[in-house]
Ligand binder design. Structure first.
Ligand code: MTE
Length: 335
């Protein structure tokens, strides 16, 4: 099913978000060093221009520099092909191998669906399937997704800020954390019925955020990608996307969101607390026992010029927007 995003003339407050997303991309490029490199190249050339000479070498240098710049720019923002995004998945409810979710989730029924938002709030509510795409203006956000297994993608999500939803339920003063829960339905989710297939996880899959993380404008409730509703293997009909954290925080097929006073338990932390923390912020300086986090393998179409191994950025490149949330915290201890 196609998702209709209102065109610009219909946008109101999400115009602001479009601008902030643009700024995000600029700042991401800056952190990746691309805008800086461009500026350096241009100023070297500008000085030569001022001096009034350009040799043949300069012209070829300029061409190469521009090609390099364009190439690296494209590399940083290039969307992962849709086919890769929907066939290389982690969704243990449908099997722990990368190709199993796409193969085993195709009969998954998302209608009827109920998402309950409850707990420490004055206006709890339950949304049904249609509410998920109709209640809030939808936006496209192109985000980097970084898995703790050290691979990454660039995904054009469709969704709305989690903050919009939370504001509607009016969190009260006890709402310090937000807990999320995936559907528990072993009849539909074979990994929940068969522990071997489901990777030994204790279901339902649960996740959590601090309230300020949940309210951050980057935190998205996604209902689609590449302009279409989410395929089952990517978390239909609604999932979380927290781009500065490892992918396991981005819980799929959510049926419950609860505002809590205390920090909630989270699936991977319960399974292996020394490997997976509550915060799970992307951090090149804190290795997972099995995967170095210093660099990552980008999943691309594998074109001739694709640079597949890139350095990992703190907070996955979104530090400018989120580093303040962790001021004064020891991020090696709170991994
Ligand atoms: N949510 C549920 N319910 N079950 C899962 O197994 N896997 C997580 C996350 N959300 C998972 C989940 C992990 S480890 C990652 S990396 C991302 O989903 C992968 O999202 P993708 O398959 O859309 O790329």
């Amino acid at each position: 099913m196609l998702i209709k995003i209102p065109n610009k003339s219909h946008l109101n407050d999400s115009d602001v978000t479009q601008e902030s997303v643009y700024q995000e991309r600029r700042s991401l490029l800056k952190q990746l060093g691309f805008l800086g490199a461009g500026a350096l190249i241009s100023s070297a050339l500008a000085n030569k221009a001022k001096a009034g000479f350009f040799s043949d070498d300069d012209v070829s240098f300029k061409t190469q520099a521009l090609e390099y710049q364009t190439d690296t720019l494209n590399q940083a923002l290039i969307k992962t092909p849709e086919q890769k995004i929907i066939s290389h998945n982690n969704f243990y409810e449908f099997g722990a191998k990368k190709d199993q979710p796409a193969a085993l989730s195709q009969g998954f029924q998302v209608k009827p669906w109920q998402l309950t938002i409850s707990g420490a709030c004055d206006n709890p509510m339950t949304l049904d399937y249609d509410d998920l795409t109709k209640l809030f203006p939808l936006e496209e956000r192109i985000y980097r997704l970084r898995c703790v297994e050290a691979w990454s993608m660039v995904i054009p999500w469709i969704g709305f800020p989690l903050a919009s939803l939370l504001k509607r339920v009016m969190p009260n003063s006890k709402a310090n954390y937000v807990a999320f829960e995936t559907l528990h339905d072993p009849e539909q989710m074979p990994g929940q019925a068969n522990s071997r297939l489901g990777g030994g996880i204790q279901y339902p899959y649960v996740e959590g955020l601090r309230i300020d993380e949940a309210m951050n404008p980057l935190t998205l409730m996604s209902v689609g990608l590449y302009g279409k509703t989410l395929p089952p293997q990517n978390g239909a009909p609604i999932r979380l996307v927290v781009p500065w954290k490892y992918g396991f925080k981005s819980i799929k097929s959510i049926v419950s969101i609860k505002l809590l006073e205390q920090q909630p338990p989270t699936t991977w932390n319960k399974l292996a607390p020394n490997e997976y923390g509550f915060y799970a912020n992307v951090n090149p300086k804190h290795d997972h026992p099995r995967w170095s986090q210093a660099s990552e393998r980008r999943i691309t179409s594998g074109g001739l010029f694709s640079r597949n191994r890139i350095e990992t950025l703190p907070f996955n490149g979104y530090g400018e927007q989120v580093a303040d949330l962790y001021k004064g915290m020891n991020l090696s201890r709170h991994y």
